[in-house]
Design a protein around this ligand. Structure first.
Ligand code: ATP
Length: 236
């Protein structure tokens, strides 16, 4: 196995005295995909916040290509190819689709994917490029948030709950886009409450329980693990 492109070692994240993440470690090989699943409030978003640089971890180390980036500000991580697609999308509703995408290109302009290429991956955005982003449906806004991250040609994409609040058909579309991103050898860390769907897409899974990793393994095995099925997957 190649060296991990991203590794997280003994990460802890606190909000004041509340320790939201405790001693979490995992790594992702280049081109691989890890799913972090678990109940509401288990600490999944806090892990992504520390990895993307939005929060400073209390303890632990984040490495990109073996380099310690734990103290790097978020924008420097984006420059190095590590981007976050945040929960709740955080698109700018009064700007057009095209303008939102242009903002995504800002940090790594030299590498920016030409808009035409991006619109091939996200045809729905091509049709809506001159509309204000606030006029898009929830699923379309999620596509825009993913596209905005992809325009800077990231090497590692962190996705926080991309299927949240979407109709089943849009959930399929979002996971279809994730498959395409993977096919282009981009490394993905996916946080999802839709655990079954996430584990079906990822190579490796980690189940977080109250801030700590409770189960880890190949995603296909977690999908069959009776403890994981009972607590997180339920019957289909
Ligand atoms: P969700 O799916 O609800 O986002 P999650 O697994 O991503 O859940 P986190 O959002 O990381 O979990 O939250 C982990 C814990 O940290 C929770 O107990 C939560 O209440 C707490 N927490 C999260 N954000 C803050 C904050 N800004 N201030 C205080 N506590 C917080």
């Amino acid at each position: 196995m190649s060296e991990p492109i991203l590794s997280v070692e003994s990460l802890s994240v606190s909000y004041g005295r509340v320790e939201a993440v405790r001693d979490v470690s995992f790594s992702v090989p280049e081109g691989g995909m890890v799913a972090l699943v678990g109940a509401n409030g288990a600490g999944k978003s806090s892990v992504l916040a520390a990895v993307s640089g939005l929060m400073r971890p209390g303890k632990g180390t984040v490495r990109l290509d073996g380099r310690d980036i734990t103290r790097w500000p978020a924008h420097r991580r984006v420059g190095a190819g590590l981007v976050l697609v945040p929960e709740g999308r955080q698109i700018l509703g009064t700007l057009t689709v095209a303008e939102n995408l242009a903002l995504g290109a800002h940090r790594r302009r030299a590498q920016a994917v030409p808009a035409g290429e991006l619109y091939e991956l996200f045809p729905v955005l091509a049709e809506r490029r001159d509309l204000p982003a606030g006029a898009l449906s929830g699923g379309e806004q999620q596509m825009l948030a993913i596209a905005r991250a992809m325009i800077s040609r990231p090497r590692v994409v962190l996705m926080d709950e991309p299927s949240m609040g979407l109709a089943p058909k849009m959930v399929d579309e979002v996971f279809g886009v994730i498959d395409k991103i993977r096919a282009s050898d981009v490394t993905v860390v996916l946080v999802e409450q839709n655990a079954r769907r996430a584990l079906r897409t990822a190579d490796t899974g980690h189940v977080l329980e109250t801030g700590a990793i409770a189960h880890s393994g190949p995603a296909s095995e977690l999908l069959k693990d009776p403890k994981v099925v009972q607590a997180y997957l339920g019957v289909e």
